[in-house]
Write a protein that binds this ligand. Structure first.
Ligand code: DAT
Ligand code: MG
Length: 173
C-alpha cells in the first residue's frame, strides 16, 4: 500500500468558537487527524479578507451575514478575532473535513466539531465554529491569503524576494 502524500489545509476557529471558549476542545479534536501544525496565529478579520476568503459565495443571499459572522460583528469587540492554523500531513484535507463535519451544523455528525458545537441562529446564519479547506486548490489559495511565508515553519509554496522602500516598522519600545 502506498503512503498518501503530505497535504496542507487551513483551519480557522471562527468567532463563535472563540466566544464559546472552544479553541482547546477544537485543537484536541483535530489532534485525532495526526497532523502537524506549521502555522498558527490570532487575528482580526478585515472586511476585505473576509470577502476574499468567501468570494466563491458572493452571489448567495447569506453572503453579507456570512462576512459579518466571520468578522465576529454579531459578538462583542473582544470576540472579533479568529485563530488561523495550517496543518500538514497525509490526507490532511479529508481528515480535517471529517473531524469538522458537514457545513450545516444541524446536519453534521453529532460527534464532529460542527455537530457538537455549531448552531443555526434565528437569522439563519450557520455558526459552524470552524473553517476547513475543501480541496488542495482551495487550501493553497486560502493559506496564501491568510499567512505570509515567514509565518509558516518550513517550506510550503515557492517564494520570491521583493525589494521594499526603506520605511517605518513598529518594534517593541
Ligand atoms: P464549508 O464551510 O463547509 O466549506 P461552504 O464553503 O459551502 O461550506 O460555505 C462557507 C460557509 O458559508 C459555511 O461554513 C457556512 C456558510 N453557509 C454555507 N451555506 C449556507 C446556507 N445555506 N445558509 C447559511 N450559511 C451558509
Ligand atoms: Mg468551503
Amino acid at each position: 500500500m502506498s503512503t498518501p502524500k503530505d497535504e496542507y489545509t487551513l483551519v480557522i476557529v471562527k468567532p463563535d468558537g472563540i466566544k464559546k471558549s472552544l479553541t482547546g476542545n477544537i485543537l484536541t479534536k483535530l489532534a485525532e487527524a495526526r497532523l502537524i501544525i506549521i502555522g498558527a496565529k490570532v487575528l482580526h478579520v478585515s472586511k476585505s479578507l473576509a470577502e476574499d476568503h468567501y468570494r466563491h459565495l458572493k452571489d448567495k443571499p447569506f453572503f453579507n451575514d456570512l462576512i459579518e459572522y466571520i468578522q465576529g460583528k454579531p459578538y462583542g469587540e473582544e470576540y472579533q478575532r479568529v485563530m488561523a492554523l495550517v496543518y500538514r500531513g497525509p490526507d490532511a484535507i479529508r481528515r480535517v473535513r471529517a473531524l469538522a463535519g458537514s457545513t450545516n451544523p444541524e446536519e453534521a455528525d453529532p460527534v464532529s466539531i460542527r455537530g457538537s458545537y455549531g448552531r443555526i441562529t434565528t437569522k439563519g446564519v450557520f455558526e459552524n465554529v470552524i473553517h476547513a479547506s475543501s480541496d488542495a486548490k482551495d487550501a493553497e489559495r486560502e493559506i496564501k491569503l491568510w499567512f505570509k511565508p515567514e509565518e509558516i515553519v518550513g517550506d510550503l509554496f515557492p517564494v520570491k524576494k521583493v525589494k521594499r522602500e526603506a520605511g517605518e516598522e513598529t518594534v517593541w519600545s
